[in-house]
Design a protein. Structure first.
Length: 426
């Protein structure tokens, strides 16, 4: 008959073995924990940023964050930031307005008809990950139900644009149906194995020499790292509520005349992104935050400031009001990271966020605002800033592809590719 042991009695049984492991050359044990599953979240912001409050300063690990980064400043060690990354666009329709996100994720040159020459990097990575079920890419829109030219940074493998779903309720039904599903989320470990061996450690530390005490402390630190990695393993899928609990809208521009509805959709879309990843419905999420430039009441943040009832106009203003929207966008990123960490997905998920414009007033795509959060499961160095020296956005894409294990030499227009930023790759 098989006997089941409780957690604490089992730990007490094991504690003697644990305390003695460093003297059995077992420090490699930390490497036995499986690497976290890699996920990608790509976020496109409209209309550029207020550069003097967004752009970071410094070089390498000497990073000075801009004021707009206050919502994610606590994540500084998990950030990778870029300066001097360009997306030069030839003269033509896309170069003369706010449609700069067209083709940014594809690494392709803009065409007058706003088409893309191939897939966006979110789609490419999803195709390589070859998920067996669920969405290849979960595409979410926020106030972006309109034309392809201002609402679709994500492109299918055949180069056709793919609009995001703007209704949180419809997304929930798409993923889970109308009824609740999943199982309650398991609580993370409340105590550490180190709690059970603390007294043994203190007693042994008094009896060993300085060199062995150093080895013992190093071993205990390795145990802490193992426990940290284990605590970040995905928890059970939890699908709270039913579809009716999530906000919806009619799908047109006028549906966003209610600022409260806009806020509700924006917050819920980010929660749904984390939920879909946790439940294995996708490994890649693409989010279009509002619509670029023109179009009804879309792309507006009136609850932040009356001037932002026309976000497009605010991007052309010399005033600082645009920074309120930039900061709010990063608040949603902080919301996402917090949820991913709670779900045990933070260690493996890479968030790539930015805009196709740097300066909305000038319709300028030089020195683009780009931030990445996460190390892609230990494949990227973080807590640093990279100065690209006028390299193209294609090289940022190539860096992401290499971090996911896809060593492509080019992506999009080959002439614009110099290769990944190897100084970031582990």
């Amino acid at each position: 008959m098989t006997k089941t042991f409780g957690r604490r009695p089992l730990l007490r049984t094991l504690r003697g073995a644990v305390i003695g492991l460093p003297f059995m050359t077992s420090l490699r044990s930390a490497r036995l924990v499986a690497a976290p599953t890699q996920n990608l979240v790509a976020i496109m912001m409209p209309n550029g940023v207020l550069k003097r409050k967004w752009m970071p300063e410094g070089d390498g690990t000497n990073v000075v964050l801009g004021e707009s980064f206050a919502p994610i400043a606590h994540l500084k060690d998990r950030l990778t930031l870029f300066r001097e990354i360009d997306n030069v666009i030839p003269a033509g329709a896309a170069a003369d307005n706010h449609r700069q996100s067209i083709g940014l994720w594809t690494g392709g040159l803009r065409k007058a008809d706003l088409s893309a020459g191939g897939p966006s990097f979110d789609t490419f990575i999803a195709s390589k990950l070859a998920t067996s079920s669920g969405e290849d890419v979960l595409r979410l829109g926020i106030q972006s139900p309109g034309a392809v030219g201002v609402s679709a940074p994500s492109y299918a493998m055949d180069g056709k644009p793919k609009l995001g779903n703007n209704s949180s309720r419809a997304v929930f039904e798409q993923l889970f149906g109308k009824a609740p599903g999943g199982s309650p989320m398991a609580d993370p470990l409340k105590t550490s194995i180190l709690d059970d061996i603390k007294s043994d450690y203190q007693a042994m530390a008094k009896r060993v020499n300085a060199a062995d005490r150093t080895r013992l402390e190093a071993h205990l630190e390795s145990i802490r790292q193992v426990e940290l990695r284990m605590s970040q393993l995905p928890k059970s899928c939890a699908t709270p509520g039913v579809a009716a609990d999530w906000p919806t809208h009619g799908g047109g521009y006028d549906s966003y005349s209610d600022p409260q509805l806009t806020q509700a959709v924006m917050v819920s879309q980010f929660d749904l992104a984390a939920l879909a990843l946790s439940c294995g419905k996708t490994r890649v999420v693409a989010i279009m935050m509002l619509q670029e430039g023109e179009g009804g009441s879309s792309s507006n943040y009136p609850w932040l400031d009356p001037s932002l009832a026309n976000h497009h106009g605010a991007s052309h203003s010399p005033k600082d009001v645009l920074a309120l929207a930039d900061r709010y966008n990063l608040e949603r990123t902080a919301q996402l990271i917090k949820k991913l960490d709670e779900l045990g997905l933070g260690a493996g998920t890479l968030v790539v966020q930015g805009s196709g414009l740097s300066n909305g007033a000038a319709h300028n795509s030089i020195d683009l605002p780009i931030v990445m959060v996460g190390d892609a499961g230990g494949r990227l160095k973080t807590g640093r800033i990279v100065r690209g020296g006028k390299r193209a956005y294609n090289d940022v894409i190539l860096t992401v592809l290499h971090a996911f294990g896809f060593p492509e030499k080019t992506f999009g227009e080959a002439a614009r590719c110099n290769g990944p930023f190897t100084e970031l790759l582990v």
